[in-house]
Design a protein around this ligand. Sequence first.
Ligand SMILES: Nc1ncnc2c1ncn2[C@@H]1O[C@H](COP(=O)(O)OP(=O)(O)OP(=O)(O)O)[C@@H](O)[C@H]1O
Ligand SMILES: [Mg+2]
Length: 236
Amino acid sequence: MERTKTGIPGLDELVNGGIPKGSNVLLSGGAGTGKTIFATQYLYNGALQFGEPGVFVTLEGNVRDIAWNMESFQWDIKSLQDQGMFTIYKLGMEFMKDSAMVEDRIDEQLKEIEKEVEEINAKRLVIDSTTVFGAYLEPSLLRTTLFKFCDKLKTFGCTTLLTAETPISKTSFSAFGVEEFVVDGVIALYFSPPNRSMFLRKMRGTPHDSNPHPLAITNQGIVINPRDSIMWDAIK
Ligand SMILES: Nc1ncnc2c1ncn2[C@@H]1O[C@H](COP(=O)(O)OP(=O)(O)OP(=O)(O)O)[C@@H](O)[C@H]1O
Ligand SMILES: [Mg+2]
């Protein structure tokens, strides 16, 4: 099986060497658990270590903030952008108050994302974050829309990370309880001050580790310790 290595220290060995290529993987966690850093690091490593171009689609932040965040880790994204290895795309949902229009708008945006992917022949894609859809869609429409959205993403030929904000809970992986069923994998991030941790809730098509492990955000980005595990009860 072909796999996509995240290059995030400690992670790939927990999934038998990497995420099955072409998967949609949900990166879930509460506020400030490191979802955006993880996702950008995945793309940065992909470009730099594995020669795979990546597209970062932001639904909430502005493009400048994403770049600024990455530069705080000394990740030189400017030259990656210049080499056509990395793009940040802002997906605009702001004016979508009318539910009836949202589906059309999402279809349009999917076409834009596909264009971005094709333009640099991207192999990695990030959608940050899916929780924003909930602000525009009724629960029943949200479910079918997310299904369609994830389905369509799969046709782009990328290994995709989608982030989702969770309420403070160990057993919920998205705000609306939809995304975790639609995707192939779930990586959950936790922050119970002062301790950060992560665990693999699911990963279709591969054996994987199932213990929570310590995670640190260092000046080099996220580092996971695959040898130590954390007591489930220590996660709040
Ligand atoms: N350069 C850095 N060095 C160390 N830690 C950092 C650095 N930059 C950010 N952090 C830590 O990472 C946290 C934010 O991570 P990130 O933005 O990835 O979280 P998130 O899960 O995407 O949050 P949100 O829910 O707000 O989108 C900060 O709150 C801070 O604790
Ligand atoms: Mg974020």
